[in-house]
Design a protein around this ligand. Structure first.
Ligand SMILES: [Fe+2]
Length: 232
């Protein structure tokens, strides 16, 4: 069973005003007894506040996965490292080349060396893997197989490369049925319907065309928000 909780989002929770919204993305994933943080939002203080409100502890994380080198996805990592024990840290290989100044600015000692010794994510387990980084800036999406027949959800940060390159990279791994996260400017409904088995979309953060997908009868497109939870 896979449980996903959105910890950091641009969109506010309709039922809970205490949860803080801000530009950025982070999701907490529980699967196979593992606890995984996908992205860390921009402001670590907001991330930790939302964790407290949602009764989620980051202390015994198994892994932190960063989708790409933008600070609305990685800015909170110092705060996370202050409260967590010893997770594996997976940062895109391209990270330190893309924004070395920001790297030093946002990543506080004593964590600089720890993050610089990051791992490049291939697979965490048989059911959890990266798409590998895609151009232009080196972004990865996370693939999690949750069903016995290979049903897979893809977790995306901003989808700067577009959704299609990630889907194409997923084909050897599993059958992507759902996508959750930031879709940026992706709006190719026909591609999803005709070339993939994706039918459930959980759209938030930087997604610009949520309504376009919600108007398509063969897709189920939900707007996600801080504190949004699903279990698959
Ligand atoms: Fe973003």
């Amino acid at each position: 069973m896979l449980k996903i909780t959105v910890l950091y989002e641009n969109h506010k929770n309709p039922n809970n005003d205490l949860l803080e919204t801000a530009h950025g993305f982070s999701a907490y994933l529980e699967i196979e007894g593992k606890k995984i943080l996908f992205d860390t939002g921009w402001h670590g203080s907001i991330l930790l506040k939302n964790c407290n409100l949602l009764n989620i502890s980051l202390k015994d994380l198994d892994a932190i996965i960063v989708s790409h080198a933008h600070w609305d996805h990685m800015g909170g990592i110092t705060h996370v490292l202050e409260v967590t024990d010893n997770p594996d840290i997976y940062v895109p290989e391209e990270f330190s080349k893309v924004q070395p100044k920001e790297y030093e600015k946002y990543l506080k000692e004593p964590y600089v060396e720890r993050v610089k010794n990051f791992k490049v994510l291939d697979r965490i387990s048989q059911n959890i893997a990266s798409t590998g980084t895609q151009k232009p800036l080196g972004e990865q999406a996370l693939l999690i197989k949750y069903g016995e027949n290979g049903e897979t959800i893809m977790i995306v940060g901003c989808s700067h490369p577009g959704i299609a390159p990630f889907i194409e990279k997923s084909r050897n791994f599993g059958d992507v049925k759902a996508i959750l996260g930031g879709f940026h400017g992706f709006k190719d409904v026909k591609y999803l319907i005709n070339k993939t088995n994706v039918r459930n979309l959980y759209m938030g953060h930087c997604s610009q065309y949520i309504e376009k997908f919600q108007n398509e009868p063969t897709l189920t497109a939900s707007s996600i928000y801080v504190g949004y939870q699903i279990t698959l």
